[in-house]
Design a protein around this ligand. Sequence first.
Ligand SMILES: [Zn+2]
Length: 234
Amino acid sequence: MLRTVKAGKETIEYELIQTARASLQLRALPDRLRLFAPKNYPLRQADQFVRDRADWIRQARAQLDAYRDREAERFPMTDGMSVPLEGRQWTLRLETAPRRSARFEDGVILLRAPDISPDAVRGQLRDALIERARARIEQRLAHYIPLIGRRPGRVTIREQRTKWGSCSSKNNLNFNWKLIMAPPEALDYVVVHELCHLYEFNHSAKFWERMARYQPDYAVWRDFLRSGWAHPYN
Ligand SMILES: [Zn+2]
């Protein structure tokens, strides 16, 4: 539920998410502010909670803006720029066209759109990469599920700031779409890793033994992802 509060001269919009939880948590995401609250939490108190944190919200936003500016400088989103994808560099090509479309072919990402300004292109490229990540992750799951022998619950592809993937106690799996930028083996590592958690909900020796059955050189890709390899696109 979207809500708006006034804090002095400022108007703050936030998304209220009520779940089975005991406390409040406010999170500033690049595109929105979210307040997680217990079910049936009084709306006026939720609004007040946000209002009381106006200073924090301002700071968090300034940091996110600065981050975005730095990214924009590094990735100017121009025709001919190079985009890391599946472990290699692709070339971005831009064309104006009446409708938005994206094509991946021979190391070229061709984006067509009525608006090819940097901001529009950034969003379009992101959408296209998320779609590609979804297709790839689904394909790798379809490959590994019969081998590993357990089926996950819900599978979600989303943006996670600090994690490549996760497995919930309900056997639902999450994957970070930015894995599509890493080499395919690194993406496989995360897929196999999360599927192995359907047996072992820990990182015990038994867990790693199971991993090794499906990806013998898993340690290479684990270290690769841990070494601070950063998806350079935001
Ligand atoms: Zn794990």
